[in-house]
Write a protein that binds this ligand. Structure first.
Ligand SMILES: Nc1ncnc2c1ncn2[C@@H]1O[C@H](COP(=O)(O)OP(=O)(O)O)[C@@H](O)[C@H]1O
Ligand SMILES: N[C@@H](CCC(=O)OP(=O)(O)O)C(=O)O
Length: 372
């Protein structure tokens, strides 16, 4: 029984081109319907779900009547733009059969390294998930080219797992998992059931690149698992064609390869925030706010803040100090220093009146807060 998987509450499911496109003959809608059924069941079992779907280039190739993957980047981008329409339509209509709404979200790696965009993307995804909508994410191939050149949505999926603080990243692919040698060339290759994501011996086994449609191979999946581990997520690399694969993972069955983070979720998250972001300012809290954070694990509301220092923007990291001047927490702030200055001491209902808008009622959401 794999409790790390069966108990995971927030999943990012990534489906690669190799699986989605029935080996190049357009989108495999039947297979998509089967995954959708399982994702609907996960959702109904209370799992929060974000889908990262590749397949735009492959779907576009088929719509444009191209048999071979184009070699120029601009043709790949054009194919992705055409194919993304079909891809999103297919997901939308399939989820709609189960009365679930979908949303298209196109992201780039740069979006996720810019603090402000990071927080904006995070808020949007969180809102969509709270509304019961399934976000369907792909790379925005019109404005970036590295990813379609390398065919690597695995990294994007890992960054999304960091973004939404997923407990689990499930990478569905065309093999049953990660083998101890590339199974295309080694018929005796054995499936690796479990390893630590940072295990250096995995580099050698994930050496080869991918198939004709997807391109990243196991290397990018291993890298993705390591990235996901930074925010404490477990990663499963598993065969998307295995019967009822998602249902069975949820039931705790030992399928595919489980790659675990080297440290616990909280410790990983804390180190990630600390290493990922520079501290840009401080918020001084009153005693009540400190208690709310430390004892009740609540978000920080403006009402409990007595002073703002520094010149931070929305999305940057601030340190929270107690009345004795000692650090109690650090986290990503939802308002710029100037706006924070205006709303400290105010109740939630007064924020909009003061600023003319409201981003979030919290100054720092508890998901973005690491207690010291
Ligand atoms: N150690 C390994 N274990 C399993 N598959 C491997 C390994 N090394 C390379 N591969 C190759 O990686 C391919 C999957 O990667 P890729 O084609 O990028 O898929 P996707 O489109 O699902 O991301 C497999 O078909 C397999 O041939
Ligand atoms: N974003 C592009 C390329 C991504 C891609 O090929 O990734 P993958 O198949 O997951 O390794 C697409 O949707 O076709």
């Amino acid at each position: 029984m794999r409790e790390k998987v069966s108990k995971a509450r927030r999943w990012v499911v990534k489906i690669g081109s190799a699986l989605l496109t029935a080996d190049g003959r357009g989108l495999d809608r039947d297979a998509m319907a089967v995954w959708v059924e399982q994702m609907v069941a996960l959702r109904r079992a209370g799992v929060e779900l974000v889908l990262v779907s590749s397949g735009a280039v492959a779907a576009g190739m088929s719509r444009l009547g191209w048999n071979a993957r184009p070699s120029t980047i601009h043709e790949l981008q054009a194919a992705a733009a055409v194919g993304q329409m079909g891809l999103i339509q297919a997901w939308e209509s399939s989820f709609a059969e189960h009365q679930l709404q979908t949303a298209q979200v196109l992201l780039t790696h740069d979006d996720l390294s810019d603090r402000k965009r990071y927080l904006n993307a995070r808020s949007t995804l969180r809102t969509l998930v709270d509304l019961g909508v399934i976000p369907v994410i792909n790379e925005n191939d019109t404005v970036v080219t590295d990813e379609i050149r390398f065919g690597d949505n695995d990294t994007l999926a890992a960054l999304v797992a960091n973004l939404v603080e997923a407990d689990l990243l499930v990478i569905l692919t065309d093999r049953d998992g990660m083998f101890d040698a590339d199974p295309r060339h080694n018929p005796d290759a054995q499936l690796i059931f479990e390893a630590r994501a940072d295990d250096p011996s995995l580099d050698a086994v994930a050496g080869g690149t991918g198939g004709a449609l997807g391109r990243g191979g196991m290397q990018t999946k291993l890298r993705a698992a390591r990235l996901a581990a930074r925010s404490g997520a477990n990663t499963i690399i598993v065969g998307g064609r295995i019967e009822r694969v998602l249902d069975r993972l949820k039931a705790g069955e030992r399928l595919g390869t489980l790659l675990t983070p080297e440290r616990g979720r909280h410790a990983a998250r804390k180190q990630w925030l600390a290493g990922h972001l520079q501290m840009r300012g401080t918020l001084s809290l009153d005693g009540g706010a400190v208690r709310a954070l430390l004892e009740q694990r609540k978000s920080l509301l403006p009402v409990g803040v007595v002073a703002v220092d520094g010149n931070f923007r929305r999305g940057e990291m601030v340190v929270c100090l107690g009345p004795d001047g000692r650090e109690v927490a650090r986290g990503l702030v939802n308002y710029s220093a100037a706006d924070a200055q205006r709303i400290i001491g105010l109740g939630t209902e007064a924020i909009e009146q003061e600023l003319g808008y409201i981003d979030e009622p919290e100054l720092v959401h508890r998901d973005n807060l690491v207690l010291v």
